[in-house]
Design a protein around this ligand. Structure first.
Ligand SMILES: NC(=O)c1ccc[n+]([C@@H]2O[C@H](COP(=O)([O-])OP(=O)(O)OC[C@H]3O[C@@H](n4cnc5c(N)ncnc54)[C@H](O)[C@@H]3O)[C@@H](O)[C@H]2O)c1
Length: 352
């Protein structure tokens, strides 16, 4: 049994990390940390964590002798210092995406991990969707042959003006790094690469902020939004595939909508996820050699159904399946995010 200390007890911790930890026979939540003392107290009661294992300072959680592995789910601006500190203390950890605010911070984590020999996992959660894993397996078996086109969309709607979302950290560059790009775009960049094995070579991006001011959280007036609400980008891969991505928080009717179309010489796959429908991930397949001449919905074999936090447990115990994202994948992702921002700012193609 691995004893977990979780830092940052907000949305993703509440909805994904802690339930996954509770469900795993190999993990036990023994310590929690949040800078919000009231939230910490409420979560301590809910998760039955004793007071002396509840911390408002993450250093104390990482140094707690009862913690074997660390789980980092804070806003992006704290990922680097927490991951580096965990590595320096010899603690294996997982950290949410995007791994950091910029490439320099991501490389600092890599350096600390290399120096200490610990394992760090990046929570690219959609790698654990069964349809994505099955697509990866089928593509590795050669079902598509050479890949020509990849089109990916990741749409949400909570930024729309009538939702009245305040100036949360996701709209402020010093806390988030990038906007929709790092929040949503990094997931599909990783997922496309995970499914197809393609590596990005050149990128060009167009970013836009639709709402420039939002109400500050402390009620002291309006504050500026200084990150992208929308990010569209084209990428060419090392093998020559042409990719297009559309990412937005302003797409009405989209809760957590992902669609990835992959067109190869022998056929095509369409992976999709739509929270407003049944929230189930699906995989459609077109076989160029078949007489059917239509896309068919594939049954996903049970072996592809996994849980992110159980995979974290397996990786931390030294028997991961090789499909988790490690710090090197997080660094690669951050390098592409930085290149996309440079492209959007300068209006030119950027080589990765
Ligand atoms: N993998 C996914 O699909 C997915 C989905 C949502 C969010 N995320 C990522 O998870 C992270 C957290 O997002 P969220 O939506 O849960 O945010 P959130 O705002 O709901 O929660 C963040 C929590 O961290 C706490 N916190 C802030 N600074 C802290 C510090 N220094 N020490 C301890 N606690 C601190 C806050 O008080 C809050 O409780 C982000 O990096 C985000 O990009 C990933």
């Amino acid at each position: 049994m691995l004893r977990v200390g979780s830092i940052g007890l907000g949305g993703i911790s509440t909805w994904v990390h802690v339930p996954g930890i509770m469900k795993s026979p190999d993990l036990q939540l023994v310590a929690i940390c949040d800078i919000d003392a009231e939230k910490l107290k409420a979560k301590a009661e809910e998760y039955h964590i004793p007071e002396d294992h509840c911390f408002t300072d993450y250093h104390d959680l990482i140094n707690c002798p009862d913690v074997d592995i660390v789980d980092i789910s804070t806003p992006n601006d704290f990922h680097a210092e927490m991951a580096v500190y965990a590595a320096e203390r010899g603690r294996n950890f997982c950290v949410e995406k995007p791994i950091t605010l910029n490439l320099e911070q991501a490389e600092a984590i890599q350096k600390a991990v290399d120096a200490s020999g610990v394992t760090g996992m990046v929570c690219f959660s959609y790698r654990y969707k069964a349809a994505a894993r099955y697509a990866k397996a089928l593509i590795e078996q050669g079902k598509l042959g050479k890949i020509y086109h990849i089109n990916a969309q990741y749409y949400q709607a909570w930024g729309l003006p009538d939702r009245n979302c305040k100036l949360v950290w996701r709209f402020v560059k010093e806390h988030t790094g990038t906007g929709a790009l790092g929040d949503l775009g990094c997931h599909v960049l990783d997922l496309v690469s995970f499914m197809t094995g393609e590596e990005y070579k050149n990128v060009v991006a167009h970013h836009k902020t639709f709402v420039h001011e939002r109400e500050k959280l402390d009620g002291s007036g309006m504050g500026p939004v200084d990150v992208d609400d929308q990010s569209d980008y084209l990428c060419e891969t090392e093998s020559g595939a042409a990719c297009s991505f559309q990412i937005s928080r302003f797409t009405a009717g989209r809760g957590n909508y992902q669609r990835i179309e992959i067109y190869g010489e022998k056929g095509a796959f369409v992976y999709s996820l739509d929270a407003l429908q049944d929230g189930v991930d699906t995989l459609d397949y077109y076989d160029e050699s078949s007489d059917e001449k239509q896309y068919i919905r594939l049954e996903i074999p049970e072996e592809y159904v996994v849980d992110q936090m159980q995979c974290y447990a397996d990786l931390m115990a030294g028997h991961g399946d090789g499909w988790d994202a490690l710090i090197a994948d997080g660094v690669k992702s951050q390098r592409i995010l930085d290149a996309l921002c440079k492209s959007a700012n300068e209006g030119c193609w950027v080589t990765i």
